[in-house]
Design a protein around this ligand. Structure first.
Ligand SMILES: C[S@@+](CC[C@H](N)C(=O)[O-])C[C@H]1O[C@@H](n2cnc3c(N)ncnc32)[C@H](O)[C@@H]1O
Length: 248
């Protein structure tokens, strides 16, 4: 049986539900991020779990060679419609390594982390990121701020988008945020779920340090404003590769 993340993210319903997470949002955030990071003109980027490539495309438009990796074949096929010599997209499972000393910057954006059952499996992803970065390479991870999110659980909501009805339940089960999505599309009904390990900003910081990173900055939203543990919507960490660990 395939895992939830293999099924759900490759459906058109996923893209309908999150249609407000669009290129306009991605462009504004990437512009802000690049202004903060000030990469060298020849810097190389990888967007890990890039989806249809909305962030990767903007990074590339800003002048940087960029690779996008994602498990969802449909998303990569769509991203590839805009591929070029220095903007490339590949189907790749982040549970596998993706190179050694290969990129100056790696991004993992819009809650594309914490999908696996144990902290150990999620840590492994960070170790692959660490391996794929050049010495002193920079990692940018953008995760939900679990503390205010779970404070209001359980949540039930109904939305109709493009004629499709979404009945959504979110709750905390065994330290995982479980979002059940019932979809009514005409006569058809579908059920999917998202399952995210409820990793706090402190746990994420600890995992990054375990993987060999040094934390440079912590922001609380896409405007790169200061992080507030009980109020910020996002945990946005900028870290750099400091050590090559024996267990990587
Ligand atoms: C919440 S979406 C974000 C996509 C993109 N970063 C964006 O902001 O539009 C999470 C992405 O992670 C991808 N993903 C899920 N499991 C993965 C895995 N094991 N390896 C690589 N990508 C994965 C999904 O296919 C999906 O595109």
């Amino acid at each position: 049986m395939s895992e939830w993340f293999t099924k759900w993210f490759d459906t058109t319903y996923y893209h309908t539900l999150y249609k407000n997470r669009n290129e306009t949002e991605a462009n504004a955030f990437i512009d802000k991020l690049l202004t903060y990071l000030q990469p060298n003109a020849d810097a190389s980027f990888c967007d890990l779990a890039c989806g249809k490539g909305r962030h990767a495309k903007r990074i590339n438009e800003s002048g940087y060679a960029t690779v996008g990796l994602d498990l969802a074949a449909n998303s990569i096929a769509e991203a590839n419609l805009q591929a070029s010599n220095n903007l490339q997209f590949y189907v790749h499972d982040m549970r596998q390594g993706f190179g050694v000393n290969r990129f100056n910057y790696i991004t993992n954006l819009f809650t594309s982390f914490g999908y696996f059952n144990s902290l150990k499996e999620n840590l492994k992803v960070l170790q692959h990121v660490h391996n794929a970065l050049t010495t002193n390479g920079i990692f940018v991870i953008d995760f939900i701020n679990v503390i205010p999110v779970i404070a209001n659980f359980p949540i039930h909501e109904k939305k109709t988008i493009d004629g499709v009805q979404f009945n959504i339940t979110k709750e905390l089960i065994n330290e995982h945020i479980v979002k059940r999505i019932e979809i009514i599309d005409g006569d058809a009904q579908h059920n999917y779920q998202e399952r995210l390990q409820a990793i706090t900003y402190e746990q994420l910081t600890t995992l990054l340090i375990q993987a060999g990173f040094t934390i440079d900055a912590l922001f609380g939203n896409y405007e790169l404003q200061p992080f507030n543990a009980t109020q910020s919507p996002r945990v946005l960490i900028i870290a750099h590769k400091t050590a090559t660990l024996a267990n990587n």
